[in-house]
Design a protein around this ligand. Structure first.
Ligand code: XBP
Ligand code: MG
Length: 252
């Protein structure tokens, strides 16, 4: 049996390319419906992403626009509720797609008896719909969402909660993430971590990751190996054997 017992995946930017054409669009539609002049373009959204959690992102932005705190206290949750509903609609329309190689890896893990979990800063309102739509039948045993932890990433709580629910020690589990905030969260929970960067996160400081790729890769279309500090020997296709070789590389 493989020493790898479970893999905990991030969702946004990792399993799915959801930020630029999903969340960003939903935030802008919510602003429009509320009669607000704000619109987040692709570049600005990359900066705003460094604040995890949609409601916190809105609140921080409104503060920067000079909206007083008492107004923000009502406006940010209301905007975020509407944004969550709009995002769910985009999910149902199929706007948000899984990254190439994700299905291959998940199917291999399931076949080999490795347990699957999710630790995301996103809200359950759209997360479960998305997982069921994208990966029907590939049930994630544990799904920890942003609205059920006290502290969002980069705090480790999402990953420590996933480990608690899996009833596993960190040394049997690997995390797959896409960002510096996610990496900090996973490493804080004691997890060895593979990073699969996207356009928004390529420039992040990812030094503490055991392995950094620019995609999951497919046989015949491997991803670029950006960093392999754990010495996995990965040739650009993230598979179970590669993830198992990351075990023990928890603290960078
Ligand atoms: C994802 C997030 C989320 C999404 C928006 O971070 O920070 O806030 O951007 O989703 P990670 P919500 O991938 O590190 O979990 O609006 O539902 O928060
Ligand atoms: Mg992410």
């Amino acid at each position: 049996m493989s020493p790898l017992e479970a893999v905990v995946f991030d969702v946004d930017g990792t399993l799915v390319d959801s930020e630029r054409d999903g969340h960003r669009v939903a935030f802008n539609l919510a602003f429009e419906e509320f009669g607000l002049p704000y619109r987040w373009d692709v570049e600005e959204y990359g900066r705003l992403l460094r604040t995890t959690g949609g409601q916190r992102r809105i609140d921080g932005y409104l503060a920067g626009q000079g909206v007083p705190e008492e107004e923000r206290a009502e406006l940010a949750p209301a905007l975020h509720r509407r944004k969550t509903a709009l995002m769910s609609g985009l999910v149902d329309e199929g706007t948000v797609g899984d990254r190439p190689g994700v299905k291959r890896l998940l199917e291999e893990l399931v076949e080999e008896g490795v347990r699957l979990a999710v630790a995301t800063t996103g809200s359950r309102g759209w997360v479960e719909r998305l997982l069921e739509r994208l990966l029907p039948g590939l049930a994630f045993e544990v799904v920890v969402c942003g609205d059920e932890v006290a502290e969002r990433k980069p705090d480790p709580e999402a990953f420590t909660t996933a480990l608690e629910r899996l009833k596993l020690a960190a040394d049997r589990v690997v995390a797959v993430e896409d960002s510096a905030e996610g990496l900090e969260s996973a490493v804080g929970a004691g997890l060895a971590t593979a990073i699969v960067v996207n356009g928004y996160t390529r420039g992040h400081d990812l030094d503490r990751a055991g392995l950094v790729l620019d995609g999951f890769g497919e046989p015949g279309a491997p991803a670029e190996v950006i960093q392999d500090r754990a010495g996995t020997g990965c040739s650009g296709v993230l598979d179970m054997a590669t993830l198992a070789r990351l075990l023990g590389f928890a603290t960078g």
